[in-house]
Design a protein around this ligand. Structure first.
Ligand code: NAP
Length: 451
């Protein structure tokens, strides 16, 4: 039997879980995990909050996948730029797209393009040191900052902004973000949910973490918290909401805590409808809502809140490379249960939309891998040339591929830098720095795997 050549585009958790399952269950599989960055782990490195080091430790298990005999890591290879999707399909028997969903959804309200307004995707990428957002330099110099959305991303951002330098000391928050946060001057953070506490997407553990912050007083209007959950909210969702309400009630009865320099205001049933200002955002106009059958209904009652910075945390869209079938309306790769077109599959956030934590994506990826294995069983012969041909192409095009050993050098250098400063790691935030670290032993340019 011939080897089966498989390309997985995107080395975040979803891609790594697909690779793991295929590598374990198909001895003929030769898997290339391709990433546009010289570093693996996708959202685990660039999205998970830098103070959630417990979650980041999943990288240790995922690292084992990169070390498998029939898996190669090809970092610094952007499909759609240095090689096309069509070329990939011509070279590999199977292509799996696990590119996540990284582009911010827009609020589509007037004033969204004012200075001081950011999407959570770019803001989180900035503090997590992704090269594309390294130079964002967000405006954190005002008194009042708004976060739009009631999901865990909104809470991550509120917590990061609320933490003191001491509380951030054990995180791997990048130094450029530490420096800017140390100079930040806001005293009010507003969290806007267009629906109410019963509909919020955040979870109790993340909500409760906010209550531990030494500098932050949490202000919740007790009148906005339902005294009990409706009968129709039962099962797992009911339990989750009950826990959220419990934490919120605790905050509502806690009082003002005037000794704390930052106030975090939860505003429910408040839909942002416009951002106002000359050049820079200065006010957020909200419209009060009520909920009918779970849906948000505008009441016509508006209010303006002074804000100097706005971060919208309202979800993401995937970014397709040219030729990839794409569902523009949902912002995901067009697929049927993970099937994109013959020989092409998708998994993770780019398949389902930006929902669910890492274990949910693992489940999804295992299901997609099973489907691929079942489909492979129907194929008589595999005839595509695979990674050797891609290597040849990339060498021809002068691409500096970072392989697994290159990543190990980057990793070691980052950890060493971090330890020197008392942190888990200090990330490189520029591609050139990563490439320099990947070649740090004097071996010079990466030489490729061309035989
Ligand atoms: P999310 O949970 O879907 O929250 C998005 C929020 O944006 C919702 O409150 C939504 O309100 C609101 N929204 C959407 N469009 C809006 C608009 N036009 N105007 C105002 N508000 C709008 O998504 P997320 O926070 O981005 O998180 C993504 C996934 O990652 C979730 O599964 C989350 O649990 C997970 N995550 C987990 C952690 C953790 O476990 N620590 C951390 C971060 C992320 P509606 O509900 O009314 O639509």
């Amino acid at each position: 039997m011939h080897e089966v050549h498989i390309a997985i585009v995107g080395s975040g958790p979803s891609g790594l879980y697909v690779a793991d399952a295929l590598a374990r269950k198909c001895s003929l599989a030769r898997i290339d995990l391709i990433d546009r960055l010289p570093t693996p782990f996708g959202l685990l490195r660039g999205g998970v909050a830098p103070d959630h080091q417990g979650t980041k430790n999943i990288a240790r298990q995922l690292e084992r996948v990169l070390n498998r005999e029939n898996v190669r890591f090809l970092g610094n290879v952007e499909i759609g730029r240095v090689a096309s999707y069509a070329e990939l399909k011509a070279l590999y028997d199977i292509v799996v797209v696990t590119i996540g969903a990284l582009d911010d959804r827009r609020m589509d309200i007037p004033g969204e393009d004012l200075d001081g307004v950011y999407g959570s995707g770019v803001f989180v990428a900035w503090y997590n040191g992704l090269p594309k957002a390294r130079d964002l330099d967000p405006r954190l110099d005002g008194a009042s900052l708004a976060i739009v959305g009631n999901g865990n991303v909104a809470l991550d951002i509120a917590r990061l902004l609320g933490k003191s330098a001491e509380e951030l000391a054990t995180s791997d928050l990048c130094v450029h973000a530490r420096e800017m946060l140390a100079l930040a001057s806001f005293s009010d953070i507003w969290l806007f949910g267009r629906r109410g506490p019963l509909e919020a997407g955040f979870t109790a553990a993340e909500l409760a973490e906010l209550g531990q912050l030494e500098r932050v007083a949490i202000l919740v209007d007790a009148g906005q918290i339902p005294s009990r959950i409706p009968a129709e909210l039962s099962g797992e969702r009911g339990k989750l909401v009950e826990k959220n309400l419990e934490v919120l009630r605790g905050y509502a009865t806690r009082g003002e805590q005037p000794e704390k320099p930052i106030r975090l205001h939860f505003l429910f049933n408040a839909a942002p409808v416009a951002l106002l200002g000359e050049g820079r955002v200065r006010k957020l106009r909200l419209e009060r809502t009520r909920i009918e059958n779970g849906r948000c209904v505008m009441t016509g009652e508006t209010e303006e809140i002074p804000v100097d910075t706005v971060i919208s945390a309202i979800g993401y869209r995937a970014t397709p490379f040219p030729g990839l079938p794409f569902d523009q309306q949902r912002g995901i790769v067009a697929n049927q249960q993970g099937r994109v077109e013959p020989g092409v599959y998708a998994s993770g956030w780019c398949k389902r939309g930006p929902q669910g934590v890492i274990p949910a994506n693992r489940t999804d990826s295992l299901a997609v891998a099973e489907m691929i294995l079942a489909d492979l069983g129907q194929v008589q012969e595999f005839c595509k040339p695979g990674g050797k041909e891609l290597d040849r192409l990339l060498v021809q095009r002068g691409v500096r591929v970072v392989d697994y050993s290159g990543w190990q050098k980057i990793n070691a250098a980052e950890v060493a830098l971090g330890v020197a400063g008392g942190m888990p790691r200090e990330k490189f935030t520029r591609v050139e720095e990563m490439l320099a670290a990947a070649c740090a032993d004097g071996a010079g340019e990466w030489r490729g795997i061309v035989e």
